[in-house]
Design a protein around this ligand. Structure first.
Ligand code: SPV
Ligand code: MG
Length: 295
């Protein structure tokens, strides 16, 4: 696998890969990441795209996902991922980092970095992660619609995707409100909708899908309803499934377990067979591209 891509050349075609998949009904499988290395691991595993996760980018800085980092910091993370892979990067842009002007600026900057799509959500800035019980509040639909319109107007390349995310279910609202919001977001120019749910079952998104009638592609993030398979998602008519944070959670557990053994045993001998080799890290970080035969 070639791990270093010429990201500046391929930006338009990456967005088209997603649009083609949406049109052909091929489910797009996306893995969350926070830097170049985690994005490469997603590509190496065979995912179709990378989700530049706000939760992961924040956590990687040792910070909670509560709008502490600014747009430039999230953009730096997404840019590193974009440059590290040749598959599309879909950027989690929270609320668009403010009002309509910020949403427009977000689109301009992320498009400039070459991402295939941005996703903005209908929570109020400053936002809190959807899984925090922190009195989540939503913007009025018209106000969020104006943000989407502003982002769309700022878009330079027609193929870039604007994904509108509703947190209606996260806020305890029902399927009617989720549908009402998503219809208005598509009217405002969204190319796809992300319907988030923190339910332990897929029931909310499935009942949304029954009534949505394929008006625009639907994206889901099955973190809490983990047993909802890609086959079931495909059957429900869902277009994109994002495994937003499982990669980081896997790393945390592996690192924690490894360090515990090292301290308990006083050497790294017994963990060596279970951890990646230094050669593997060289390879994942593109040594062949940078040094070629010189290495
Ligand atoms: C993220 O990965 O930052 C997301 C998904 O937005 S969630 O954490 O489920 O809100
Ligand atoms: Mg997020």
């Amino acid at each position: 696998m070639t791990v270093v891509s010429n990201s500046y050349v391929e930006t338009s075609s990456r967005a088209l890969v997603l649009r083609d998949a949406f049109e052909s009904g091929r489910l797009v499988k996306v893995a969350g990441a926070h830097d170049g290395l985690s994005a490469r691991l997603a590509m190496e595993a065979g995912f179709d795209a990378v989700w530049a996760s706000g939760l992961e980018i924040s956590a990687a800085q040792g910070l909670p996902d509560v709008s502490l980092l600014g747009m430039a910091e999230y953009l730096a993370g997404a840019t590193a991922m974009q440059q590290a892979v040749s598959i599309p990067v879909v950027a989690d842009c929270d609320t668009g980092f403010g009002g309509s002007l910020n949403a427009a600026y977000t689109m301009r900057r992320y498009e400039g970095a070459g991402v295939a799509g941005i996703c903005i959500e209908d929570k109020i800035f400053p936002k809190r992660n959807s899984f925090l019980d922190a009195g989540q509040k939503l913007l009025e639909t018209d106000e969020f619609g104006s943000k989407l319109e502003a982002a769309k107007k700022a878009q330079a390349r027609p193929e870039t995707l604007l994904i509108a995310r509703t947190e209606a279910f996260i806020c305890g609202m029902g399927v009617d409100e989720a549908l009402r919001r998503c219809h208005q977001y598509v009217d405002a120019g969204a190319d796809a909708v992300l319907v988030h749910s923190k339910s332990a079952e897929a029931g909310e998104v499935v009942s949304f899908m029954r009534q949505w009638q394929h008006r625009a592609p639907v994206v889901i993030v099955p973190t809490t309803y983990a047993d909802f398979s890609v086959q079931e998602a495909q059957e429900a008519g869902i277009s994109m499934v994002i495994y937003a944070n499982q990669g980081m959670r896997a790393s945390v557990k592996a690192v924690r377990d490894t360090w515990a053994v090292v301290l308990a045993e006083g050497s790294t001998a017994s963990v060596e067979p279970h951890i990646a080799t230094v050669k593997d890290i060289f390879s994942l970080s593109g040594i062949d591209h940078w040094l070629g035969d010189d290495k």
